[in-house]
Structures are given as C-alpha cells and as structure tokens.
Design a protein around this ligand. Structure first.
Ligand code: BES
Ligand code: ZN
Length: 646
C-alpha cells in the first residue's frame, strides 16, 4: 500500500504505549454553584515495557494532588498547555516497573470554566426553567477536560464512577444505584438533597465515550421484545417526556433487535436515549448505554428516527470495534452509516436505503468542495500530524465516502448475502478492540482467502484511490435506488426549468410537496440548492407556497435557507438574511439551533451575505452554544478564538 498511517495516536502526549490504564475509578461531585466537577480519578495501569513515570492528558484541569500507590506524590509536573492536546501531567512512579507490572495513581482535581467538554446551562436555558443542566461532549478528544486520561488507548478501558449531585445524574455506563426505574433522585428532594449515583462500565470502552449529564431528568421505559437481555427507554426533562417517548418508543427496540440479528448480541445491557437541550452540538452521540440525542428529532411524526438507528449501530461499530485513533475515524462512521442504511433496507425498503445514500452523496460533495484548500481532509484515511485538531477535519467525508466504499465492496463481492456473514465475523473478531484500517483490510482478505473469485474481486478494488484519494469525485461512480428520489428530483427540476418564466406564469401549487415525505422534501431542497440560484421573485413565491421558512423541522428549514441565501448578492438573500440569523440564535423562539449540522452552514451562509450581521448575531448569543460549537463557529466566521480568550 502506498501510504502508511502510523498506529500512534497523533492527539495525545501520554505515554500509553509504555504504560496504559486498564481501569479507572471516578469519584466526582457536581457543583452547580461553582459550575465545576471536582473529585478524583484513580487509575490502575499496566506497564507494557520498563517505565518509571506515567503521563496523562489533561485540558484546563486544576490538579490538586497526586497519590502513587496510596502515598502522596509531590513531584508531579503539569506541562505547558498545547492548544489542541492540552497539558501533559507527568507522574513519576518512584521506581522503575517492568512489563506486566501494575501501578495505581490517584489524581485529585477540579474542572475549570475553560473545559471544552462541558456545557453548564442556566435554568432559563432548560425546558422546565427551574433547575440548571450539565452535559458533556467528549468525542473526539475532550474527555481530558473532565478527567486526566490517556489519549486513545490501544486497549479500551473499564471504568466505575460514583457521582454526587443535587440533580439526577446520567453516565455512559450501567447504573447500580439508585435504580433508574425507581423514584427520581432516589426519592430525595431534587435540587436540594445530595444523592450519590453509582455507575459501572464493565465493557472496555475508549475514553472519548466518557459522558455525563445532570439535570431535572426523568425516565420512561420502552417495551422491549420478549427474551431480550437489555432494557431500553428515554430520559429527558419531565416537560418533554411524553413527546420523546412517543417519538422513539417503537423504532428504538425494533432497530436494536434488527441490529442484533445482523451484528450479534447487544452487550451493554441498557440502551437508553437522553434528549438534551437545544444547544447539544450533534444530532446524536453514541455514549455507551445512553445515546445523547438532539431535541430537533422530536417532530411528532417519527420522521427523524434514523439518527437513533445510526447511534445504536455504533454499539457494534465504534463502541464495540473501535478505531485506533483519529486517522482511522472512518472505520467508526463509515461502517455505522453503511449498516444504518442496510437496516433501513431490511426494515423499511431498499428504496429508503437508496434515498439515504442520495442525501448523503450531496452532503459528501459539499464537504469535499469545502475542503478544496485542504485536500488531505478529502481523504478517507487522514494522516494527522501530532497535535493537529481532529475537529478541523470533521465532515461528511468519513461517513459518506466510507459508506460508499463499503457499499462498493459489498457489491463487488456479490451483494448482501455474501457480505453480511463477513460483517458478523468482522465484529466478532475485533469486539472490544481498537483497530487500524490495515487491520480491517487484512481481516477482510483473510476472511475470503479460500475463495479465489472473491480475492480476485478484492484485488480489482482501487484501494489507494478509496483510502487516500483526494478531489471531489468518488473512485467509482455509484448507482442508488432512485424510487423515492425521483419525485423529489422532478419537482426540483421543474423549478429549475421555470427560471426564465415570469412569476405570474409559474404553475406550482402548495400541494406539490404533500406527495413527498420529510426525507424526500430534504432531497428536493438539496437538489434545488445544487442548481444556480433561482430569481429572487421565484424564491419568494416558493416560500409563499411551501412555507419552509415556518417549519419547525430544522432539517428542512436549514436547507430552505441555504436555497434562499445561495446567491449572497440577490434581493431574496438580503430580504431573508436577518430571519436566518434570528432563527439560528433563537431570537424570537428562545430556541437556538445548537446542532452544528444546522448552525454552522447557516452561519456561513449569513456570513457570505452580511458578515457584520453574522458576527453580531453570534456575539449576542455566543454562550448559549456549547464550547465546541463556539470554537468551530468562530473558525467559520474568521474570529479564531479571540472572543473566548477575552
Ligand atoms: N459520533 C458521532 C458524533 C461525533 C463525531 C461527535 C465526531 C464528535 C466528533 C455521531 O455518531 C454522529 O455521527 N452523529 C451524527 C448523526 C447522523 C450521522 C445520523 C450527527 O450528529 O449529525
Ligand atoms: Zn456516528
């Protein structure tokens, strides 16, 4: 293979290849008044070679003390802060230990207001407006902002935690006490009494899957098919519980069962959803035992539950078989996206799988274009330099180039009947391990090694082009099931072809879009956006007919705004730009669009029309966004961190 991507994690300063955490015990108190988490992390480490110190990653932590083998150690050292990687905490072990020997290190510390992983919401920013709220986002490398940890370990770690708080606490682990289905907050007074929550994660998981949330949270169970070894349900503030339960109660257990049939038993015992406040920066995050989910999925019609399918699929692809480090991120997202779409085919129809690829393809091409000046990020396997920020590369590339690549392999090898047994074997082989792209590829070859026709088929694949190719084209032109896309494309094409007509001559009706479901409407808007901007008069008529500027479905509203602002100099763009800025920051509704999939493209589009407006809107609402979203929006708007430092 032409390119070698190292097995060493480029995002860490820790010496995890010499000595690695096997177990960590977190003992925390959540302090809503001071907005910090304080307590300790106790690591049990195993030496892999002769070693006399252990180095942890930290980010803006205040270290208060270190103990080695239960004895205070004064000679630890916290290094200078690297902008991306944070500060290395070096702890001398007091002696040389040998490969296989264990060490115990306890660090007492507190988080600070510069923690990139945590967002502390004031009570006004919640549904109920009575209690504050806290949640984390640790992927890709922010876990070090809530605990001293070692980067992306080659072997995932097990952990236990005990967290004291005046508000109910959720962690990405199994709760031991008080019981999830018992009285909220163990029957104590919410907001006043301290309760200690005990959690245990016996399955080995990488550090980016550490997660915490605390707030006025309630649980409602889903009913699960008989004979299952797992439970499933939803957590959210009481005001949203009913709606959230309705949205997900059917699809969650159904798809988790289907994923088990496809990939093997679900091993985490609990699969819950947590519906977060609107500032949650992602659609979903696959924290083990509890996927974190954006509230924008709650539409009342269950039309956006495919995000949950995606997150639960990570239980095998990512949380089960995990990528070795940032450069191999596509193994997580490409595989998950591929399997998510197989499940759509198996449970709904092949046409739904096709439609999902079509939407993904548009997003992929957009992402590839956005990276024309940094072609390295157009690659599936990115060779990150040490200290390079993986969030700068975050895009649809690993998802959709990845899913298309695996789809191409599926087709090359003979379709789902041949491919799915291999998938099961792949999962079985690497469950609980971190792997590189080369390990994945070697296993694929070895699985088919006795079938010469399959090996021949594999040899025909242009591996270098798929894994390391740049540019905006896929190595193979892909074909998808167009059954559902056709109606959407036809309507977009009719608008496109009517661009030279006078508005009064246009023959469109508001019912045009009634024949399209939500996903098809998204494809319709995307197709329209891919053409040159329509005349402003057409666009204004378009909105009068279809009223996308009033929909509560952010997937559609955002795409509509991108259509309207496509030509930044147009009268339509000038007319709508304020409305778009207000929508992002929730000026009238009080609900910000905190999900980066929506706020980042929308802010970029506003910025292209009226940079002052974009910056002013962002500044007025900056702290309502999660710290990670703040950082990336600042980058997009050319503000590069100057606000947060001020
Ligand atoms: N694991 C990702 C979210 C993520 C990736 C967070 C990298 C931080 C760094 C999650 O599974 C995801 O892909 N979310 C998507 C959902 C979508 C693809 C269905 C999202 O948030 O849009
Ligand atoms: Zn994902």
């Amino acid at each position: 293979m032409a390119q070698q991507v190292s097995v060493e994690d480029p995002t860490t300063q820790s010496n995890y290849l010499k000595i690695a955490t096997e177990n960590v015990f977190l003992q925390w108190t959540v302090d809503f008044n001071k907005e910090c988490i304080f307590g300790s992390a106790t690591h049990t480490l195993v030496a892999r070679e002769e070693v006399s110190e252990v180095i942890f990653d930290t980010y803006a932590l205040k270290i208060e003390g270190v103990e080695v083998e239960d004895k205070p150690a004064a000679n630890y050292h916290l290094g200078d802060e690297h902008e991306v990687m944070g500060s290395a905490l070096r702890v001398p072990l007091g002696k040389e230990i040998r490969a296989g020997d264990k060490a115990k290190v306890k660090i007492t510390y507190r988080t600070t207001d510069r923690c990139p992983a945590l967002q502390w919401l004031a009570k006004e920013q919640t549904q109920g407006k009575t209690f504050p709220f806290l949640f984390s986002q640790c992927q890709p490398i922010y876990a070090r902002g809530i605990a001293p940890l070692q980067g992306k370990l080659p072997t995932p770690l097990r952990r236990k935690a005990s967290v004291t708080s005046v508000l109910p606490v959720l962690l990405s682990a199994k709760r031991k006490s008080p019981p999830s289905d018992g009285p909220a907050h163990g029957g104590k007074v919410i907001g006043i009494d301290e309760v200690t929550y005990e959690y245990d994660q016996a399955e080995p998981i990488p550090s980016y899957l550490l997660a915490i949330a605390a707030g006025n949270l309630r649980y409602r169970a889903f009913s699960v098919p008989e004979g299952k070894t797992w439970t499933s349900g939803v957590w959210t503030e009481p005001e949203l519980l009913e709606k959230a339960h309705y949205e997900f109660c059917d699809d969650t257990p159904r798809y988790l069962s289907a994923a088990e049939n496809l990939a093997g038993p679900y091993k985490f015992g609990v699969y819950d959803l947590l519906i977060l406040p609107p500032s949650f920066p992602y659609g979903g995050m696959e924290n083990p035992c509890i996927s974190f989910i954006t509230p924008t999925l709650i539409t009342g019609d269950r039309s956006l539950t495919d995000v949950v399918i995606h997150e639960l699929t990570h239980s095998w692809f990512g949380n089960g078989v995990t990528h070795a480090h940032a450069s191999h991120f596509w193994l997580n997202e490409g595989w998950t996206t591929y399997i998510e779409r197989v499940l759509l085919e198996l449970i709904i129809s092949p046409a739904h799988r096709g439609l999902s690829y079509i939407g993904g393809y548009k997003a992929l091409v957009d992402a590839l274009k956005l990276f024309e000046d940094s072609p390295k990020y157009q690659r599936l396997v990115i060779g990150f330099e040490t200290g390079e920020d993986p969030d700068s590369a975050y895009s649809r590339v690993p998802y959709d180039k990845g899913a298309n690549f695996i789809l191409h392999l599926e087709r090359t090898l003979g379709g789902l009947d041949v491919f799915l047994p291999y998938v099961r074997e792949y999962v079985k082989t690497y469950m609980g391990h971190s792997i590189t792209t080369t390990q994945w590829k070697d296993h694929l070859y070895s699985y088919f090694s006795k079938q010469t026709d399959k090996i021949k088929a594999l040899d025909s694949v242009n591996w270098d082009a798929w894994l390391y190719g740049e540019g905006i084209k896929l190595p193979v032109e892909m074909e998808y099931d167009l059954t559902l896309a056709t109606a959407a494309n036809d309507l977009a094409d009719r608008w496109h072809k009517s661009r030279d007509l006078n508005v009064s001559k246009l023959d469109f009706k508001s019912e045009d879009i009634d024949q399209l479901d939500g996903k098809q409407q998204a494809v319709f808007l995307e197709r329209l956006e891919s053409y040159a901007a329509l005349p402003s008069s057409h666009l204004i008529h378009f909105d009068e007919l279809y009223k996308f500027s009033q929909t509560e479905n952010s997937e559609l509203r955002m795409r509509f705004y991108l259509v309207i602002l496509k030509d930044p100099a147009s009268p339509a763009a000038k007319q709508y730009v304020e409305q778009v800025a207000d929508w992002i920051i929730g000026k009238d509704s009080g609900v910000i669009q905190g999900r980066m999939k929506f706020c980042r493209p929308a802010f970029r589009a506003v910025n292209a029309v009226d940079p002052e407006k974009a910056v002013a809107a962002f500044k007025s609402a900056r702290t309502a966004f999660h710290p990670i979203a703040q950082k990336l929006i600042e980058k997009d708007l050319g503000l590069s961190g100057e606000l947060r430092k001020a």
